[in-house]
Design a protein. Structure first.
Length: 290
């Protein structure tokens, strides 16, 4: 078997593989830069909480209309934004930190969502919701993911500077102009949108992986925020391509293969990345006195 048959052949020969790759491209363009901001704000686990927060809404959409893209997307957006709003209120008016309030709502949402899907659907339906159908993306799903990615990139270009400032000093924007809350909620809304778009491909349990793992890997290759965003998108694309190929050749589920590929890339970055990796620390460490 030639290198072409291993790497390019599956995408050249099968439309479903090309669709899966395009869907992952759109997902990486929107989600990976947001993952970098979550890492900078030390909110990595909030992304996981939000991924599960959309599950009840998607489940309600499934109960009402089956695997309707519109119904499940609308339900996921509404519940995701509702959980973000409620968690923000709890952290604002109580002593509970925002990440802890998100964790509480995440556990409730996960349990409720699984229960709702199980009421009407089969185990196969539940697996589709939890783990996605990246190899079965249709035109509507690709259009949705591309639209969300485009809106995300446009919004990030608009709020990039205040978003970075808020990462460094959350109180500064509130002190000088009162826009900190608006920027924060806008950012959370973008996270929800990308998670909702991504769960069509990778499912609610896996979508956060493609948002966070490339972002954490990028930390070991670039120092600037813009550089980390670019590297994160690249890492996401590489992970998606490798995962799809592993899934095709070894007949494995595509979503876990993509996430495991991203995990492997993260491990390589920790070991040999050019910025603060284990290898770079060994090189920079002074030799012991003879």
């Amino acid at each position: 078997m030639s290198l072409y048959d291993i790497v390019l052949g599956p995408f050249a020969d099968y439309a479903f593989m090309r669709r899966a790759l395009v869907g992952c491209l759109a997902l990486c363009l929107g989600a990976c830069p947001l993952g970098v901001v979550l890492v900078l704000r030390r909110m990595s686990l909030v992304g996981d909480a939000m991924a599960h927060a959309i599950l009840p809404g998607a489940a309600v959409g499934f109960l009402v209309a089956g695997f309707s893209l519109f119904a499940m997307t609308l339900g996921g957006i509404l519940t995701g934004l509702a959980v973000a709003f409620l968690a923000g209120l709890v952290s604002r008016f109580t002593t509970l930190r925002e990440d802890a309030s998100f964790a509480a709502f995440y556990l409730f949402s996960l349990g409720l969502g699984v229960l709702l899907v199980s009421v009407r659907g089969s185990n196969i339906d539940l697996l589709h919701v939890l783990f996605g159908t990246v190899l079965g993306l249709d035109d509507a799903a690709l259009f949705l993911m591309a639209t969300i990615a485009s809106l995300t990139l446009a919004a990030l270009a608009l709020i990039y500077r205040p978003l970075v400032v808020e990462c460094l000093d959350p109180g500064f924007l509130r002190a000088v102009g009162g826009w900190g809350g608006v920027v924060h909620m806008g950012f959370v809304a973008l996270v929800v949108l990308n998670l909702v778009g991504g769960f069509q491909a990778l499912g609610t349990l896996m979508v956060v992986g493609i948002m966070m793992l490339p972002a954490t890997a990028a930390r070991f290759w670039a120092t600037s925020v813009g550089g980390q965003m670019a590297v994160a998108v690249f890492c996401g694309l590489v992970s998606s391509g490798i995962g799809l190929l592993v899934s095709y050749h070894l007949n494995l589920p595509a979503s876990p293969a993509i996430i495991l590929s991203a995990s492997a890339l993260y491990a390589v970055s920790v070991l040999i990345g050019r910025v603060d990796s284990l290898a770079s620390r060994v090189v920079k460490s002074p030799s012991p006195a003879g």
